[in-house]
Design a protein around this ligand. Structure first.
Ligand SMILES: O=C[C@H](O)[C@H](O)[C@H](O)COP(=O)(O)O
Length: 227
């Protein structure tokens, strides 16, 4: 069992009968969806999934996990998702798979958020992983230039065919190559203020539980924000 599979299956144990569950996106969340599909099939686990991408929706449908649209649910009990980086303050960068807009909408509606990662994604400070910024197409070149002037070393996100990637919401992604983000809250505030930016991949003060895959087995870390 690889580390992604290990944490995906571990996280699925947190799902109980009757829950509405946010289903994350990516190669780690993939295994959590697999594990839930198995529990639905073998144990008759009764859940409703809310997906964070068309890719995850297709996967969940293939496994006969009942789904609802985000606008059909009042709230989400638990969301399980991957992350690209998690800092020592338990803030994260997400969006390596271009799904962070839907993921943040789902996360914000959730009573509890669990992130599943392998140990290589734990960092002291965020920023080595390029920060995804989803922007509307109109005027996106102007935003790109602004990021360049700021020294944020922007790059366009391309798809496998080498063309600009278009997100599930029909937008583009500019990745910011920042190195180290000293003040993620300040950066998030600035990005939030820019017209044309739909959402960025900084997920701050959001996660409640982190499950880390290590060669010794999965480690469950509960996040206490009072410390
Ligand atoms: O946009 C994608 C999501 O934020 C993913 O959860 C994140 O990129 C981690 O993906 P993976 O588990 O494939 O490394």
């Amino acid at each position: 069992m690889n580390l992604k599979e290990m944490v995906g299956y571990k996280a699925a144990e947190f799902v109980k009968n009757g829950m509405t569950v946010g289903l994350g996106t990516g190669s780690t969340a993939y295994y959590m969806v697999e594990a839930l599909g198995k529990r639905v099939k073998e144990e008759g686990l009764n859940i409703v999934g809310v997906t964070t991408s068309y890719e995850t929706a297709d996967h969940a449908r293939d496994l006969d996990i009942p789904l609802k649209d985000i606008d059909e649910v009042e709230k989400i009990d638990l969301t399980i998702d991957g992350a690209d980086e998690i800092s020592s303050q338990y803030n994260g960068i997400k969006g390596g798979g271009a799904a962070h807009l839907f993921e943040k909408i789902v996360a914000n509606l959730s009573d509890r958020n669990i992130w599943i990662v392998d140990e290589t994604k734990l960092v002291e400070k965020l920023g080595a992983f390029p920060l995804p910024v989803e922007v509307i197409q109109f005027g996106s070149g102007q935003l790109f230039n602004l990021f360049k002037e700021k020294g944020y070393k922007p790059t366009w996100r391309n798809n496998k065919e080498g063309e600009r990637l278009v997100t599930d919401a029909g937008n583009l992604i500019i990745d910011l190559n920042l190195g180290v983000i000293e003040n993620p809250h300040e950066l998030a505030k600035w990005l939030d203020s820019l017209t044309g930016v739909v959402e960025h991949g900084l997920f701050l003060d959001c996660v409640n539980t982190v499950i880390v895959g290590t060669s010794e087995g999965p480690i469950v870390e509960e996040v206490n924000r009072d410390n």
